[in-house]
Write a protein that binds this ligand. Structure first.
Ligand SMILES: C[S@@+](CC[C@H](N)C(=O)[O-])C[C@H]1O[C@@H](n2cnc3c(N)ncnc32)[C@H](O)[C@@H]1O
Length: 276
């Protein structure tokens, strides 16, 4: 998105942002196939790109790095409007389990009404928490959330474009919670904007100072809507994972900063984390 348009968009109250999207896509949405698992475009508040293709592409990465089987127990943290869950509906057997949670009611409702209703081993929970991009209707903080799942209950946890919208104390709590609910030797796949020497240099060279507000361990794209986009400094993240007994087994660079990306050519950076 053009930076000026983005700034204007973020300046709007949250319900207006959701409303504008609905109005823009209304003409195409009225002709959509109402039995489809794909939500109306006007409801997709979780990112650009083709809903099904993006989900399918990530699913291939999940299979590659997540040691998935059809019996796996999967946790989708920040499940949005279900984009990542669709490929799992034809992959998981009845012994598999898919849990998602999110802070935005309309996304969770959509998922339960259209995915959970058809696939009994898929369940989505609403956990309303404050986030200045997505939800201002509560003061409850992600920093104090205990994930509503048992210890050692998941084989694979993922967060796609979620830590990029969370502040440090919240991220640290989620890392702790992931460590708690993940089984030993199992994988968490998560995306970030990671600031290191290369991404810093590239941002300066190409003039796109994407995260101009530096607060030490993290940097922001927009000072007013902090959680619009948050980037983390690499050493800080590495220390955090180590502190919570999680091993970073792979760092796959995304193309957001202009540095030559790794194997995915994804926008965000990917970290593959293992519980040790
Ligand atoms: C860019 S969207 C990505 C959604 C989904 N992961 C996907 O890739 O389609 C970011 C999502 O993170 C959710 N979110 C933000 N803060 C959260 C938190 N503390 N816990 C869980 N979800 C959160 C938002 O509501 C939103 O659905």
């Amino acid at each position: 998105m053009n930076p000026i348009i983005r700034k204007l968009f973020y300046a709007l109250p949250i319900p207006f942002r959701y409303g504008i999207r609905k109005i823009i896509y209304f003409p195409t949405d009225i002709f959509r196939d109402k039995t489809s698992l794909v939500p109306p475009k006007g409801m997709i508040f979780t990112g650009a790109g083709d809903y099904l293709k993006v989900g399918q592409m990530f699913f291939e990465y999940f299979k590659k790095y997540g040691n998935l089987t059809p019996e796996s127990s999967i946790l989708d943290v920040g499940s949005g409007i279900g984009r990542m869950s669709i490929p799992f509906t034809t992959y998981l057997s009845s012994k598999g389990r898919y849990e998602g949670f999110d802070i935005v009611k309309k996304g969770v409702n959509w998922c339960n009404q259209n995915i959970g209703n058809k696939f009994p081993n898929f369940n989505f929970q609403l956990i309303p928490l404050r986030n200045d991009l997505y939800n201002l209707s509560t003061t409850d903080k992600a920093a104090s959330l205990k994930f509503p799942y048992l210890n050692d209950s998941f084989d694979f946890v993922f967060l796609t474009s979620v830590f990029t919208h969370m502040m440090p104390e919240d991220v640290e709590n989620y890392i702790q919670q992931i460590q708690r609910v993940l089984r030993k030797d199992k994988i968490c796949f998560c995306t970030f904007f990671i600031i290191d020497e290369q991404s810093k240099k590239s941002m300066n060279n190409n003039g796109s100072k994407k995260f101009p507000y530096d607060y030490g361990n993290y940097s922001l794209m927009d000072k007013n809507v902090k959680e619009a986009n948050v980037a983390y400094h690499k050493e800080y993240l590495m220390t955090l994972f180590e502190k919570h007994h999680l091993q970073v087994t792979r760092f796959i660079r995304g193309n957001w900063s202009g540095v030559e990306p790794g194997e995915f050519n994804e926008h965000q950076d990917v970290l593959i984390i293992k519980k040790i």
